[in-house]
Write a protein that binds this ligand. Structure first.
Ligand SMILES: *Cc1c(COP(=O)(O)O)cnc(C)c1O
Length: 396
């Protein structure tokens, strides 16, 4: 039962996990099966379910999305002296595995249509790098906030130069582009089941691809790269990256609900857009034709001059009302960690970072919670524009 107090004072989170009786039951049945280990029938079932959903032949479950990306880059032979090009508008985890392998991350700006890696910029930069004989070892394209990049030209440019493409689908599981699912692009792709993602298993990830041998090798590297000998023979340096069978149980139950989880996030977005779209200076992340985003997070752009306050003032006002919101990912080329790394392209992602705010977007978000968020944003606009006549409010 929802009390009035709960409805007005309970904190609203950005993207909490959405788990219930089905997940609880799956967790307990995995436990009861006795497979309390980083392998077992639930891991196998989880891998099959996700491979099927993303249109790949094979998948290897890992204990994080970051681990899956690390394995992907290792399998592609990334190492010291290599460059790896990647979207600059992303979470740090897209870049750190590059650094772990001794390679150099080079960042790339986004395009306005999708907010993802700019295909024209990539094609041009690859052409230039080819003439200099300095092609990257791999390109990692992120599907930011759950929207696929414009893969047709991106895949074509990478293929033309024989550069491996990796799709970071950590935020886009359940999205599609020109009828193809997120996770199906590039030689390898990764998804994440961290607690704040579309679907969670309490922490986990998956590497997906269409080469069974490559994915088998990922599984092997993720299990300490043990050679086939009773005495634990080792010739290569591996990792301990496999996912617990107990957690995979939660993942199987979440995978079965994926469409519902995505639909709810999309409904959140649609309601924000309908309820706030009339305010001057407020715009939303676009969804171009052919794209179906997960709307993992609803991102709003706030034009300070037209709206009256900027995104940080809005964030603080929401915080005072017990509502969690968050700036966009700080573009990685602006991070102190990467102060000496190159960034290819213009300042588009910097503008997004200056103007953007992520609103509460979880699939558990109730309509009355969303109305609280909307009311704070409208109140900020009213307070900042006392003389402005907004017809929709005058009628209310
Ligand atoms: C969450 C995320 C990751 C990392 O996933 P983990 O499971 O948390 O390791 C990688 N890339 C992006 C874009 C993400 O949002």
């Amino acid at each position: 039962m929802v009390s009035a107090r709960r409805a007005t004072s309970e904190r609203i989170y950005l993207s909490p996990p959405d788990v219930g009786p089905a997940e609880r039951e799956a967790l307990l049945s995995a436990f009861d099966s006795g497979w309390i280990a980083p392998l077992g029938p639930q891991v196998d079932a989880f891998e099959r379910a996700i491979a099927l959903r993303v249109g790949r032949s094979d998948a290897a479950a890992t204990n994080s999305g970051t681990a899956a990306l690390h394995l992907a880059l290792r399998l592609l032979g990334v190492g010291p002296g290599d460059e790896v090009w990647l979207s600059t508008l992303t979470f740090i985890a897209t870049a750190t595995p590059v650094t772990w392998l001794g390679a150099e991350p080079v960042f790339m700006d986004s395009e306005a249509r999708t907010w993802n890696l700019d295909p024209e910029l990539l094609a041009h930069a690859l052409d230039c790098a080819a003439t200099l004989g300095r092609l990257p070892k791999a390109v990692i394209v992120v599907d930011i906030y759950g929207q696929c990049a414009d893969y047709d030209p991106i895949v074509a440019a990478c293929q033309r130069h024989g550069v491996a493409l990796v799709e970071d689908a950590a935020e886009s599981l359940g999205a599609s582009y020109n009828g193809r699912p997120a996770g199906s692009f590039g030689k390898l792709a990764l998804v994440s089941f961290n607690g704040n993602k579309i679907a969670t298993c309490g922490g986990g990830g998956m590497l997906v691809g269409d080469d069974p041998q490559l994915i088998a090798r990922a599984r092997w590297l993720a299990s300490q790269a043990r050679e086939d000998a009773a005495h634990y023979q080792h010739e290569l340096c591996g990792y301990n990256y496999r996912l617990s069978n107990v957690l995979a149980g939660i993942g199987v139950a979440q995978a079965a609900r994926l469409e519902e989880l995505v639909d709810r996030r999309r409904a959140n977005f649609a309601h924000y857009a309908a309820a706030l779209g009339d305010l001057p200076g407020i715009t939303f992340m676009p969804e171009p034709p052919g794209h179906r985003a997960t709307r993992w997070l609803t991102v709003v752009l706030v034009d300070h001059d037209r709206f009256g306050v900027g995104p940080e003032q809005l964030r603080l006002a929401l915080e005072r009302a017990g509502i969690e919101s968050r700036p966009l990912w700080k573009p990685l080329h602006l991070q102190p960690l990467f102060a000496r790394n190159r960034c290819i392209g213009g300042p588009f992602t910097e503008q997004l970072f200056e103007r953007g705010l992520c609103l509460p977007s979880g699939s558990t978000l109730r309509r009355e919670d969303q109305e609280r968020v909307i009311a704070v944003i409208r109140a900020c606009h009213r307070a900042a524009n006392p003389m402005v006549f907004v017809p929709s409010e005058a009628c209310a």
